[in-house]
Ligand binder design. Structure first.
Ligand code: ATP
Length: 659
């Protein structure tokens, strides 16, 4: 049974809190084990005080939230209709249906307006982060930490200020077993209902079912249920099987029916899971059959399917039946518009986008994205995928600069159990196979070691991949996008990049212009301002725009976006014009520093000094401050992750960091 299926009685919770405050421990059995473990984490790992407030808890800006929604658009597309359905079930009961991502960032809320107002007072609204680290024990954060559905009721919340809530949450995993987020139903504690957890769990199952169907409908997959009538329903188990007999995907129901764990996906054979080998499955017709099982387990009904059936095609094309809730956060651009949304008026960039659109759905023509750091290669790659016919299939990004050389091979091609020292016992299918049916984005391809280039070339030519440690080659179908800030032709000339691979990758090169060469700076600034504060009509004054126009922008759009974000944060309430004075001294100095073509009156250029040493010191300090989390350190330093990775790789400091 999941933790706290029924709420702990109020007197027990009071007793537990009193014991906790007085002695720092709780007698066993007073509250559920996972919640007790969570209280201990809150105090010992996160240093939270029960009566305290969440100090420094992050809150996503509108632009960051929009980006997170865009990033999770597949999850959103499948979650919205389910959330609308759940909202119908709990309507009028003072509650909210919430969706959080795997970091606890609240992506979407749907619910009763009066309760939404109360919930917003404790930041239970889109943009806030409800991981345990910031909010203490709570259904969203604790379900993520424990990886199981649970209820956190009233005083079981670690922070007293959240004690008016009763919350039930269930994790959502993708078909490969990776945790995508949490579906939560939160309400006033007086309105607790014992069915709420079952509702949240069913909602999570429905979303997982849809995600599975979208990803695996085209391949060999199995439907499982204890009753024949259950096949085809949202309660069925679903298992994807590769042609060489590996379990490559499963929903939670299938894992439970077969007694498998998430880590078994990509690691267990179908023979181990079902007692049938893949040939026996393929020989079976489309009719359901009863599968006897040993060990006292109930027999299972099994139906084997290959490829799309009409019913699933219809189901796939309709997940966008959404009913906008009154508090719907900004929605990401529709997939078809993602490319168009990048066009802010620069003629050369517009022509590049038009060329890209012409080959969008021709996967035989690989695209190579070239541009300096921060020019938007990653943004363009995601938009290309979102605008393509494959948009509901996986987008798998591999950053070749981010991985130690020794790991790239296993990460890309997968490996058999025990293929190399330190390999996980389960083996892994590899990123190339994860991209099957969708898009594979190899970022910083110029940093791929020569030996691996030969292997990649073979995969591209044969369109099949063989895992490290041997085994059968598996056919793969993906649209390839590569990006590099280096000119690959120069790398070829220098002998660092294989010529044959270069020609294989370079169906069409799309070059992103540096920001200083773009003619649409004012429109881009307007777009970034709008994204940062959608509800306010913000502008920059002429003096700032003139400064922006003269500056060289070595960090390109990323740097501009950071400058705009800081500027907006420094605006007083009610002000809608960003002026030079409001940019702050340090920012003005940076803008007017050595990168500027002409100095601005009254602004001192940045001093020289030993920049490399300073940079190294600040990288070390920042990494220490964020516990080695490279993505977070890059954000704080205002540089791209790739720049930081390259720097760390050169210094031999990449192993062991959170990438
Ligand atoms: N067209 C755009 N509209 C709005 N924001 C953009 C655009 N292009 C880039 N950005 C912003 O710039 C940031 C950097 O973009 P991106 O990561 O795509 O650059 P990149 O070229 O891949 O950089 P690197 O090579 O350093 O990884 C993004 O997070 C986004 O905030």
């Amino acid at each position: 049974m999941p933790a706290s299926e029924a709420p702990t009685p109020p007197d027990r919770i009071r007793q537990a809190r009193r014991q906790w405050l007085d002695t720092g421990t709780v007698a066993s059995g007073l509250i559920a084990g996972p919640l007790q473990a969570s209280w201990a984490r809150c105090r010992d790992h996160y240093g939270l005080a029960p009566e305290g407030r969440p100090q420094g808890a992050p809150h996503a800006s509108a632009a960051q939230l929009a980006r997170a929604l865009e990033h999770r658009h597949t999850l959103m597309a499948h979650a919205r209709p389910v959330m609308a359905f759940l909202h119908d079930q709990v309507q009028g009961s003072d509650s909210l249906v919430l969706l959080a991502d795997a970091h606890g960032l609240l992506l979407h809320a749907s619910g009763d307006a009066p309760f939404a107002d109360r919930a917003a007072r404790v930041a239970l609204r889109p943009g806030a982060v409800w991981s345990e680290q910031w909010r203490g024990t709570n259904a969203i954060g604790t379900a993520l930490a424990e990886g199981q559905p649970l209820v956190v009721h009233a005083g079981e919340h670690y922070l007293s200020r959240n004690g008016f809530l009763t919350c039930a949450a269930a994790p959502i995993a993708d078909p490969t077993g990776q945790l995508l987020g949490v579906l939560d139903i939160s309400g006033d504690r007086r309105g607790y209902h014992r069915h709420t957890l079952a509702l949240a769990r069913s909602g999570a199952r429905m979303i997982e079912h849809q995600l599975f169907t979208a990803r695996h409908a085209a391949g060999l997959h199995l439907r499982l249920h204890t009753q024949a009538e259950g096949l085809g329903s949202v309660t069925e188990g679903l298992l994807a099987v590769s042609e060489d007999g590996w379990v490559t995907g499963a929903n939670t129901a299938a894992l439970e029916l077969l007694g498998l764990a998430r880590r078994d996906i990509g690691a267990a054979t179908v023979e181990r899971a079902l007692g049938l080998d893949v040939r026996a499955l393929l020989a079976q017709g489309a009719a359901p059959r009863l599968l006897p099982r040993g060990g006292g387990s109930a027999p299972l009904w099994l139906r084997v399917e290959r490829g799309l059936t009409l019913r699933h095609t219809v189901a796939l094309s309709t997940p966008a039946v959404t009913r906008a809730a009154p508090d719907t956060p900004p929605t990401p651009p529709k997939p078809a518009d993602a490319l168009a949304a990048l066009d802010t008026g620069d003629a050369a960039f517009r022509a590049t986008l038009a060329r890209a659109r012409r080959v969008l759905d021709k996967p035989a023509i690989p695209l190579l994205l070239h541009g300096d750091t921060g020019t938007g290669k990653d943004v363009l790659a995601r938009s290309l995928h979102a605008s393509s016919a494959r948009h509901s299939q996986p987008f798998v990004a591999v950053n070749c600069a981010a991985l130690p050389e020794t790991l790239i091979e296993a990460e890309l091609f997968g490996y058999r159990p025990g293929a190399f020292t330190g390999a996980s016992r389960q083996g892994a299918p590899g990123r190339i196979r994860e991209a099957h049916g969708g898009t594979l984005f190899l970022d910083e391809i110029g940093d791929m070691p020569l030996a691996l280039q030969a292997r990649l070339l073979r995969v591209l030519e044969a369109r099949e991949v063989t895992p490290l440690g041997g085994g059968t080659a598996v056919a793969v179908d993906f649209r390839l996008l590569c990006a590099s800030h280096r000119r690959l032709a120069d790398e070829v000339a220098a002998g660092r990049f294989r010529e044959d691979l270069y020609y294989r990758l370079n169906g069409l090169t799309l070059t992103l212009p540096p920001l200083r060469e773009r003619s649409d700076l004012p429109a881009l600034v307007a777009k970034l301002l709008q994204a940062e504060a959608p509800a306010r009509a913000l502008r920059v004054d002429d003096e700032v725009m003139a400064l922006f126009s003269r500056y060289r922008w070595p960090g390109n759009v990323r740097q501009l976006a950071n400058v705009v974000r800081t500027g907006v944060a420094l605006l007083e309430d009610g002000e809608d014009m960003l002026t030079l004075a409001q940019l702050g001294d340090d920012l003005r100095e940076r803008l007017a520093g050595s990168g500027s073509a002409a100095p601005v009156a009254g602004v001192r250029p940045a001093g020289a000094g030993d920049l490399r040493e300073q940079a190294d010191a600040s990288i070390r300090e920042t990494l220490a401050a964020v516990d080695g989390n490279v993505a977070e350190a890059a954000r704080r330093l205002g540089v791209s992750r790739n720049t930081l990775y390259r720097r760390l790789r050169r210094a031999g400091q990449l192993e062991g960091l959170a990438i």
